[in-house]
Design a protein around this ligand. Structure first.
Ligand code: PLP
Length: 395
């Protein structure tokens, strides 16, 4: 672009200027220019979307599914989503009024924030957490209030901790379990006290359950909206990116009271119109026939989870054993480096990319996020390189 006399930075909105670009991307840009890099950095499945889902989309195109859909999404898809929640959690949502199909959970999150927040409203956000929570809050005029979760408590949040940060301006509690980046889950018992807390302070709860179908061990996923009395005050977000390896399809959804769904639909109508039709066709297939493929991928993540947990623990890094999603969040303070330094040095010297914990909030200092959505061979090689790094490059 040619030189300009306009100072574009001056023209940008204050809210956009106030947010930093995602700390995840910075390291990928460096890694992209290097050879022989093993990435434990990206938060997306290494699997290609299962074939029957891809095939249904191709068939949909053949049949001429190429136009806009209803703003809220194809009714068949909303019906399948409603069926799934009725079956899995005994939670009942009306496809006509209580469900909105969005362009990923990313859009659903943005819509929920914009539909709910007045300038200055505070949003309680347990951290470490996904990078977009605070940014979406700020962009919608709200004030993100970080509530640090602790390694000692397996990164679960308690009502007592939330209580310390609540003020008369608190309007929303935003939770995301299974958690990115820690792999923490909340049990039904944990959620019972959070439910009481939300009720006592009359908060709206946004629950991002995008990793709800990815849990390991005996503890089943606890859906927050399925807690007694919580369905009415919860905006439940979920999508297809992680469970069905469909990140590029960009399909998510929001469920809740008809008034909040109608408000979110209004914004969606003017800004997005509808989610892509071919991807919606694929999402229907995922819900109708994708269970076997989903379980196969889940089984594979579990093998990788155990390998990386055992490997990092043997290297002397304190780790919480992740119970959901596909991340592990080791404590790297014994290396003498900060999170940022650790990630940078490891990348420069051993060509292993991971993400500094601080990308997920200030309380992520002292940790790094490793994604195990990559092959067993690559994880093994990464562990060998991390071992070498810890032996030869300790600060
Ligand atoms: N929520 C969490 C916790 C995530 O980790 C991600 C993606 O990494 C998203 C939401 C965004 O998902 P989507 O692809 O549905 O926009």
């Amino acid at each position: 672009m040619a030189e300009t006399s306009i100072d574009w930075n001056e023209r940008l909105s204050t809210s956009v200027r106030s947010i930093a670009p995602s700390g995840i991307r910075k390291f990928f840009d460096i890694a992209a220019k290097m050879e022989d890099v093993i990435s434990l950095g990206v938060g997306e499945p290494d699997f290609v979307t299962p074939w029957p889902i891809r095939e249904s989309c191709i068939y949909g195109l053949e049949q001429g599914y190429t136009s806009y859909t209803a703003n809220r999404g194809l009714i068949e898809l909303r019906q399948e989503i409603a069926n799934m929640y009725a079956r899995e959690y005994d939670l009942h949502y009306a496809p006509d009024t209580d469900i909105l199909v969005t362009v990923g959970v990313s859009e659903a999150m943005d819509l929920a924030m914009r539909a709910l927040l007045e300038p200055g409203d505070e949003v309680l956000i347990p951290e470490p957490c996904y990078v977009s929570y605070a940014a979406c809050t700020t962009l919608a005029g709200g004030v993100p209030v970080a509530v640090p979760a602790k390694l000692e408590n397996e990164f679960r949040i308690t009502a007592a901790e939330l209580e310390q940060y609540v003020t008369p301006k608190t309007k929303v509690l935003l939770i995301g379990y299974p958690n990115n980046p820690t792999g923490a889950i909340m049990t039904r018992q944990d959620f019972e006290q959070i439910a009481d807390f939300a009720e006592q302070h009359d908060l709206i709860v946004i629950s991002d359950e995008i990793y709800g179908a990815l849990t390991y061990g005996d503890e089943p996923h606890a859906c927050f909206a399925a807690m007694p009395r919580m369905q009415e005050r919860t905006v439940l977000l979920n999508g297809f990116s992680k469970a069905y390896a469909m990140t590029g399809w960009r399909i998510g959804y929001a469920m809740g009271n008809p008034a909040i769904i109608a408000a979110m639909t209004k914004i969606h109508q003017y800004t997005m119109l509808c989610a892509p039709v071919t991807a919606q066709v694929g999402a229907i297939e995922a819900l109708r026939h994708g269970e076997k493929a989903r379980l196969k991928m889940l089984h594979e993540y579990d093998r990788r989870r155990r390998l990386i947990y055992d490997g990092l623990t043997k290297l002397g890094l304190t780790c919480f054993e992740p119970k959901g999603a596909f991340y592990i969040f080791p404590d790297i303070t014994s290396s003498g480096y900060t999170s940022d330094e650790f990630a940078e040095q490891l990348l420069q010297t051993e060509h292993v990319a991971l993400v500094p914990g601080t990308a997920f909030g200030a309380c992520g200092e002292g940790h790094v996020r490793c994604s195990y959505a990559t092959s067993i061979d690559k994880i093994s090689e990464a562990l060998t390189r991390i071992e070498h790094f810890l032996k030869h490059h300790k600060k």
